[in-house]
Unconditional design. Sequence first.
Lengths: 130, 133
Amino acid sequence: MGTPRNNIKGYYHRERNPVKIMGSFALSAAGTLDVDTIQGRGFTITVVPPAVDGRYSLAFDDAYSRLISSKVTMQCAADNVDMYAQAGTFTPGAAATVILRSMTGAVETDMPVNDRMNFEFTLYGEALDA
Amino acid sequence: MTNPRNNPKGFWHKEQNLTKISGRWDITGVAGVVDNVVGHGFTVARDAANAGNYIITFTDGFACLLQAQANVIADSGGGAIDLYAQLGAFTPGASGACTLVVRTKAIGVSTDPTATDGVCFEATLYGEDLEGY
């Protein structure tokens, strides 16, 4: 053991200026977003209509040039729901978007009503200042 | 490119007063028996009545779960483990009464990881509102 560094409390990492966008959302009815229970800031969620169940488009409020990482997890009230979350295509730019999916096996499937999808994205945005 | 902003090194986000609790546990002996817990700010135990259901109890009080992530660490099986993590109920509350359920599921059935496998999680929570508890 050496001398304590007296680091401030918090995370240390190797990046400069990445942005965390995180949140969660649910459906109030099949294919209908529950806008009253969306958690998080910096994005809007839409259900991709109308023929594709279980696919959601997340549009970021700000511009992002690159996706460093994405994490998505389903949150289900019942203990017998075979469903997991999956991230799809990220589109960089001033109108950056990413696709989210709720999946059963290899099939996109609507989330049960009131169950939630949780997500956390880490993005680079600084390069788009211009 | 414009002038750099000279932001300090670190993440920037749009929220205030968030708390990150992250951790991991292993199953080293009997299936369902938690061991090698890593991380601060929580305790974890298998729900005695429900296989594959792990109850995380947060040390502090939290009012709301912004989001959480969970993954299975499949050390065994050589790539043939059919198991994924799913979140269950979040219960807000004061210190020691705030919980989050993490499930490990094989298709639709909650199933304990086998020995040498594990679970990791990261939860982002609002705590500031609980000052008045």
